[in-house]
Each structure stands twice: as structure tokens, then as C-alpha cells.
Design a protein around this ligand. Sequence first.
Ligand code: AMP
Ligand code: ZN
Ligand code: FE
Ligand code: FE
Length: 270
Amino acid sequence: MKVDLHVHTTASDGLLSPKDILAKAKDSGLNTLAIADHDTIDGIEEGIKAAKEKGIRLIPALEISARHEKQVHILGYFVDYTDPKFQSFVNKLKNSREERNEKMLKKLENFGFHITMEELKANAQGNIGRPHIADIMVKKGYVSNFGEAFEKYIGNGKPCYVPKERPDIRKSIEIIKKYKGVPVLAHPKYTFLENEELENFVAYLSDIGLGGLEVFYSKHSKEEESQYLKLAEKYSLVPTAGSDYHREGDAFGMELKKEYLEKLLSLQTL
Ligand code: AMP
Ligand code: ZN
Ligand code: FE
Ligand code: FE
């Protein structure tokens, strides 16, 4: 099946609106799409409307940046995005981003880079993050390209980086489950854990309620895929597939066995 269970829209740091990403999904012959924006569900309603018009299955989702030593991303599929209590949880994540952006701009100021919150907001429609900052740095000639902004200034651990205040991983999984979602570990590659360490981590997450593993990811090698697939099988986690599409030039659309997609769909309780 051609699906994509991990794409971003203008509701966070993607460059296409939910409507446009559904048009892209239709053009690419996808059967199922999940909008999984960072810490927000603001793109879902528009996405669902467009999905109906295009005849594509849209899974409501989000991608929570959770705290756990380093950062870990947890996808939540089928979450009840209409529940006011869930919306209030998500809004808190948004507010913590806002404070963090202000802190990063202050640090950049110390390097002689002047960027105001107004400029940042003018260049973004949804949840603002580091990619928006990087874009402005390029535009203003502070760095010569997007990657350089991260390598020198705003990448993890770099001088202008400020970590977000984050729910821990257990809380993130609990919340997703409480609001009828299925928690899935996004891009296991970026846990930067390998072999036994990765297995212990996956075993722990599965103990606390993880439902799936993003085995098929646009930046996983074949070896990584097969390693993660084994883990998914061993710990009874559904293998999922996502590109993490943000902008033109990124991979889009993934192959996923019908049985895996059906398994994921069968976990939907709402
Ligand atoms: P934020 O949610 O504001 O912390 O920003 C995270 C986003 O920044 C990720 O989803 C990536 O799109 C981007 N990003 C993080 N680190 C890098 C990097 N080293 N190079 C390029 N993009 C990055
Ligand atoms: Zn992103
Ligand atoms: Fe992610
Ligand atoms: Fe993502």
C-alpha cells in the first residue's frame, strides 16, 4: 500500500497547507495519509475536509517532542483532537514553544543577529520552530544556508539552542492513550541508540504502553529497517511508515504492507 503516516503542514513547520498536502497525496496515489504536526492538531480539520473531497483516508495525528535524556518524538494516531481537555494539553505545548523561541532570539541577539518575534510570526502560519528561525537567518544573510544555521547556532547543543520544556516520555504516551490515540515511536534512528540499548529502550516503551514503531522512515537504511522490524515483531508493536515530509525536495509517500496498515487501523478505538 502506498501511504504516508508522517507528514507536516503549515500548522507546524511544513511548507504546504493541509489542503495542499492532500492534493499532493492524491497526485502521488496515496491510499492513507496522517498529518502529524509538531505539538499541534491545528491542521487536522482542514485536512479531513480535503481528504473527503479527494477520497483519501486521513488519520488524525500529532508528533509530540518528549523529554527523555535526549529528545524523543512520539507520534499519536487517532487522537481525539475534538476533546477540549486534549486541546488544552496541546495548547500548553504551544505556549512553551513561544517562550523558548523568545529565549533563542535573545541568544541570537548576543551574536549580533537581530530577529524579532514579529518577524518570526510573519514568516510562519502555525507552530513556530527552529526551521523558521533558520529560514530568516538565511534570508537576512546571517548564514549562507539552512543547514549552517543549525550547525553553528541553533542545532541541539549549539550556542543559541534552547531546549523546549517537554512532557516526559511516559506522560506523552499516557496522554495519547487517555485521548484514545495509539502512541508510536517516530524515527527510531534518531534515538541514536543501537543494539542492546535500543532494545532496552523499546522494551521499556512497550511496557508503558507504546503501540507501534516507525520502522519504515525516509532516512532509515535497509539494515536499520530490518533491525527495527525485528524489534517491532518481538515486542508486538505495529510497524508504521512515514516520510516526515516538510518541504519540496523531501521524500513523500512510503510503501507499507497491507497487513501492517490494517493492524494499525484495528487499534483505533474512536
Ligand atoms: P524544533 O521543533 O523547533 O526544535 O525544530 C525541530 C526541527 O528542526 C526538525 O523537525 C527539523 O526539521 C529541524 N532540524 C533539527 N536539527 C536540524 C539540523 N541539524 N539540520 C537541519 N534541520 C534540523
Ligand atoms: Zn518539523
Ligand atoms: Fe520527528
Ligand atoms: Fe516529523
